[in-house]
Design a binder for this molecule. Structure first.
Ligand code: SDX
Length: 433
């Protein structure tokens, strides 16, 4: 990665009797940044920003978000155009390499990924150690971390070729492992990938086919799976991507870094929100129960899951595409009267008119409609975040690669403001209390 951030001015910070002039840097689009790297050395003070609400952790050229305008670009391309015009592997190639593939580049990339989809046969026994009711996300965290035990021939992060092989292995094997976690949880036999199928078709077949009959995914389901994979593939420095970067900054192997990202994504405030949002819709049940639920949210008894976002202070552009996809799937599967969708649409209408949500700029995010779509495709709620992890693996790998090759990269080691006990001496136990 070549650093392209440019100086655009300076800012002066005065702390007590010390003043320091700090460079102001600019990217290609988006807010300028104040470069504070020399602040502590020249003033003996840190900045303080829990949750990083005003802090840029890195320079990146992969994904740009404008939260006020509701804009999401992957390498400059708008997310809605990519969802409508590309396959998931086209978008994966774009995120990894910076440009959309030519036809021959795509054919070669598809062949490479397709021929890495199987896992080591000993890996199939890995699942036997779990109870059948183990949450699939618990299995994913463990299984992906365990990949480094099988593929240590591609864990030298300073070797570009090994980084590329482990990237291809991760992208190719995530659907296989995710489908195995699902099959294990429902007590059905594992289904091997098929090389003649597309990435989306393969994943649906590994999840839903059984040995007793032939299986061919509905074309609307394949299109919806492509949308689910593309829309969730990357999202700049979100919590799980920052986790992957933080783990990677210590030069941990890529499989361990992705496992750390999966663990972070699991949380209901992040990737676990799709499961929480669907469970919320089920809890509300019918449209007439919405006013009481909204009152509970205003009284801070619960959150409106699938609403709100740290960056989007307008409609999440992914949610717009996902809402349309949800309707297409429900219509194709004869579920246009799905009560969950009725509750979701009415909840959105009310929330977008209610001053409480308007004042807090709470709009539906990608997780609000993705759960309805995955539910209609036949996935249980505890598989929703697993599917999110399959998609986000491409973004995590692209961001991890960018970090490793960034000449300005150092190990991530934040400081703190300490408010605990100052120095004191240990008293003998008989003199304590
Ligand atoms: C994802 O970062 C990413 O890019 C993430 C993601 C990605 O692709 O990687 O986009 C994926 O994680 C989407 C978000 C999924 N999470 C949810 O849907 C869970 C519900 N949403 C929230 O918990 C919340 O909105 C967050 C966590 C998403 C964002 O929280 P912030 O930015 O820290 O904002 P906040 O918690 O400080 O909230 C500000 C105000 C507060 O009210 P006041 O105390 O000021 O009165 O808004 C309220 C909050 O109480 N609020 C909500 C709310 N979200 C925020 N109130 C009710 N319901 C909500 N969902």
């Amino acid at each position: 990665m070549e650093n392209k951030v440019a100086k655009s001015g300076s800012a002066t910070l005065t702390v007590g009797d010390k003043s320091v002039e700090l460079p102001v840097l600019k990217g290609s689009v988006g807010p300028d940044v104040v470069d504070i790297r020399k602040l502590y050395g020249e003033t003996d003070v840190f900045t303080f920003d829990p949750g990083f609400t005003s802090t840029a952790s890195c320079e990146s050229q992969i994904t740009f978000i404008d939260g006020d305008q509701g804009i999401l670009l992957y390498r400059g391309y708008p997310i809605d155009q990519l969802a409508e015009s590309c396959s998931f592997l086209e978008v994966a190639y774009l995120l990894l390499n910076g440009e959309l593939p030519t036809a021959s580049e795509l054919t070669e990339f598809e062949h490479t990924i397709t021929h890495h989809t199987m896992v080591h046969d000993q890996f199939n026994r890995f699942f036997q150690g779990f109870r059948r009711d183990a949450p699939p996300m618990a299995i994913m965290v463990a299984a992906v971390g365990a990949l480094s035990a099988f593929y240590h021939d591609s864990t030298n992060i300073h070797d570009e070729k090994q980084r590329e092989i482990s990237a291809h292995r991760m992208i190719a094997k995530m659907p296989t492992i995710a489908a195995q976690a699902f099959k294990y949880s429902v007590g059905q036999p594992f289904v091997y990938p098929r090389n003649e199928l597309s990435y989306a078709e393969n994943f649906l077949r590994m999840c839903f086919s059984v040995p007793a009959e032939d299986y061919k995914p509905h074309p609307v389901a394949v299109k919806a799976m492509n949308h689910l994979l593309i829309l969730q593939a990357d999202h700049e420095q979100n919590a799980s991507t920052s986790t992957v970067r933080q783990a990677g900054s210590s030069e941990a192997n890529p499989f361990a870094c992705i496992a750390a990202g999966i663990a972070c994504l699991w949380g209901p405030l992040h990737g676990g929100a799709n499961e929480a949002a669907l469970n919320m819709l089920k809890e509300i049940g019918t449209v007439d129960k919405i006013p009481a639920f909204i009152e509970g949210v205003k009284n801070r008894e619960q959150k409106l899951m699938g609403f709100g976002h740290r960056v989007y202070k307008s409609y999440d552009p992914r949610a717009k595409v996902m809402q349309k996809t949800a309707h297409e799937v429900l219509d194709a599967f004869g579920m246009h009267d799905d009560p969950l969708m009725k509750v979701a649409m009415e909840l959105e209408r009310i929330a977008l008119e209610d001053q409480y949500f308007i004042d807090r700029k709470l709009y539906p995010n990608v997780d609000f409609y993705s759960g309805i779509t995955m539910n209609a495709l036949g996935f249980p709620a505890d598989m929703f975040t697993v599917l999110f992890a399959v998609s986000r693996t491409v973004g995590w790998i692209a961001q991890w690669n960018e970090m490793i090759s960034d000449p300005s990269q150092k190990i991530s080691r934040p400081r703190q403001v300490y408010t605990g006990a100052p120095h004191r001496d240990v008293a003998p136990i008989e003199k304590r209390g």
